[in-house]
Ligand binder design. Structure first.
Ligand SMILES: [Fe+2]
Length: 412
């Protein structure tokens, strides 16, 4: 029998059938597991989870569990639990929400050892940002020490044009001296420029010019994948340390285009629309308060319901760009729908969901799983696919099989 119990009643020996939160936000590879240590219970509590569903038939612990209705004021209780278990002080969090707005994440593979930059670089680890190399008047040489520092490399937002110039110079040098490497550098430049563009757009989501520029990014990505096959490693950002909406958006765009091209069932114009929809699918997150968007721990129920509004907010933002909304409606509005009807905002089922919506929903879930958060490590591609396989009724089977093929070619 499946029983829903408050987290306070969870004991070693119980078999957890599911947890009462959005499962992909948790660090657990599987959502069914036996509780074998107190550490697991502490970990679940730290995430702010307030209920779990246990299978009493599979539990070796025979303690009687209470029904859901037995607890009152659950929401208040969970809020308190969440605040109490956050490992950061309010002062640290305030600084983090301030800092995260001032910096842009860059991929360290574009920083080539022995080259020089004319902007400061910082390291972001967990919720702290500290200076790594300060630019004053002398150019900074990229060294092994700089490249091996643990954490995300970030730069001040006002340095992004200098970073673009650095990438441009790099591509010109490489194209002259090392033509074979130029292909990789070119792909990295497309990825980094797309990320910067998305970051700027999320800051100013009603900027028509930036939305038009997105078309250029999508065209470059489609063109690159068509020319090079689905070898798209250099177009993807591996989020080892933290989640950024702009890197996630570019990854979802690249993988969605890769999958759409592999399927071979879409026209050129449809592939561009899927790419645009995938790139802009989370634009509504620009309307979500930063304290929720970048919360360095799991969201509670109230916060999660605010976060879910990003889909409707995207509709509002993009409806101002009338032509665009028609073109990208399905990926944007349906990327959180599930074939079983358990998604949002409409709870659409199976054939009610457009193929473009199904495709972007699968890629969105995959990229979310392979991205780290301050409270959760990133899953490997294999682990992420295993997790999705456990939930396969929510996703299109053919798309899943083809995604496995694409990822096989990337990780080979
Ligand atoms: Fe989303």
């Amino acid at each position: 029998m499946i029983k829903k119990i408050p987290i306070e009643e969870l004991c070693v020996g119980m078999y957890v059938d599911s947890i009462d939160e959005k499962w992909i936000q948790t660090p657990f590879l599987l959502h069914h597991f036996s509780v074998t240590t107190q550490k697991q219970i502490a970990q679940i509590k730290e995430l702010g989870i307030k209920h779990v569903h246990v299978d009493t038939d599979k539990s070796s612990h025979l303690k009687e569990v209470s029904e859901v209705g037995a607890s009152n004021n659950l929401e208040d209780k969970s809020d308190k639990l969440n605040i109490q278990t956050l490992p950061y002080t309010q002062e640290e969090l305030t600084k983090y929400y301030h800092d995260i707005n001032l910096f842009t994440h860059i991929d360290r593979d574009t920083l080539i050892k022995g080259s020089f930059i004319d902007f400061s670089v910082y390291i972001k680890k967990d919720i702290k940002v500290h200076i790594l190399q300060k630019y004053e008047s002398k150019n900074i040489e990229i060294t092994d020490l700089l490249l091996s520092t643990e954490g995300d490399i970030v730069i001040e937002k006002e340095s992004t044009q200098k970073y673009r110039n650095y990438l441009k110079d790099l591509s010109e040098t490489k194209s002259l001296n090392e033509p074979d490497k130029f292909k990789h550098i070119r792909q990295s430049i497309i990825r980094e420029n797309s990320k910067i563009l998305m970051h700027e757009l999320l800051d100013d989501p009603r900027c028509g010019d930036k939305i038009k520029e997105c078309r250029g990014s999508v065209e470059e990505i489609v063109d690159t994948i068509e020319k090079n096959g689905i070898v798209i490693k250099d177009l993807l950002t591996i989020n080892k340390y933290d989640y950024y909406t702009y890197t996630h958006s570019v990854n979802v765009c690249v993988l969605s285009i890769g999958l759409a091209l592999t399927l071979g069932t879409f026209t050129e114009s449809e592939i561009h629309s899927i790419g645009m929809g995938a790139l802009l699918h989370d634009i509504g997150k620009s309307s979500i308060p930063i304290e929720i968007l970048n919360k360095p721990s799991m969201l509670n129920e109230k916060e999660y319901s605010i976060m879910r509004q990003h889909v409707l907010m995207a509709n509002k933002i993009l409806s101002e760009q009338k032509i665009l909304l028609n073109e990208i409606y399905h990926p944007v509005m349906e990327h959180h729908e599930k074939l079983t009807g358990g998604g949002y905002p409409k709870g659409l089922k199976d054939r009610q969901i457009h193929p473009w919506g199904k495709l972007v929903s699968l890629i969105d879930a995959y990229d979310a799983l392979t991205t780290a958060r301050p409270y959760k490590r990133a899953f490997s591609p294999f682990e992420a696919l295993s997790v999705i396989r456990q939930q396969l009724n929510d996703f299109d089977h053919t798309y899943f099989v083809n995604l496995v093929k694409i990822l096989g070619s990337i990780t080979d």
